[in-house]
Design a protein around this ligand. Sequence first.
Ligand code: UFG
Length: 314
Amino acid sequence: MNVLVTGGAGYIGSQVVRHLLEQEHEVVVFDKSPGNKISSEAKFITGDLSDKTLLETVFKEHHFEAVIHFAGSIEAGESMKNPSAFFQNNVVNGINLLEAMVKHKVTKIIFSSSAAVYKPKDGPLHEYDTLAPENFYGETKLKFERLLHWYNRIHGIKFVSLRYFNASGAAFGMGEKHDPETHLIPLILQAAFGQKDHIKVFGSNYPTPDGTCVRDYIHILDLAQVHLLALEKITEIPQIYNVGTGKGHSVQEIIEIAEEVTGRKISVVDASPREGDPSFLVADPSKIEKAWGWKARYNIKDIIQSAWEFHKNS
Ligand code: UFG
């Protein structure tokens, strides 16, 4: 297949691009910065989805059969400080992409959605649970999912929306390295490595067993596999799935597992809760398992081990 991957040089996108190339798909990466640019057959276009002229040129030049849409702003905390940038990037620029697809008769899109679309609850989240984001980032992901429903109905765009839980881990020399880094596992590993004095724990009085927030961490190799499957399984009927392991781990537990994996003591400092942080976000992944037979293969130890290998070598 000839596939356009927006945000294909990012943390998750680059892993998916690698897998697409391995399966001999043709890939064009559209990204605003080279990031994990894969020096191989993937053509790389530097650009922003706000640039409609560039989008038009790219769609005219390539006869895409599908789009995988990763590009967007990702930090939930940041979205509570700068909502308009999130709306522009995740919703308005997304419409530019959808319009280019309609114009050039590209009918398939796989979308990087998020667990942040749900109203958090103290148990595993099902796809049919209440959609009421706790932060504006989640709101923009939900808005784009709604847009996909309308473009499906109005223009026949086929879509799969994948609601990722916490993407983590590393593979093939590519791992999590945002600038600035805000994610828990890479920050813990920086502390273990001595690049930071300590890790701040954002809130220790949440209504969870040890008082710290619980998340469902999913290995990027598992995520990559789901995207390849989605390209095969996409149909006229919209499909939305949770992509998680179904197991939750608290911030405290992650620190303990990281100490075990790295063999190093990690200093911890209690800090105030981060605005918009839900206490508990864990997937019920049974819908995707039933529909596609997909199940996460990697556990939290594999994730931290792979992230540590990447961290030591980068
Ligand atoms: N945390 C800390 N200290 C830090 C960084 C994070 O205690 O220095 C805590 C957070 O408060 C949170 C947990 O660790 O409870 C995980 O935080 P991350 O920043 O790693 O990830 P988030 O859960 O905030 O968000 C991530 C992605 C989102 C996605 C979401 C889905 O960034 O894009 O997972 O669960 F929507």
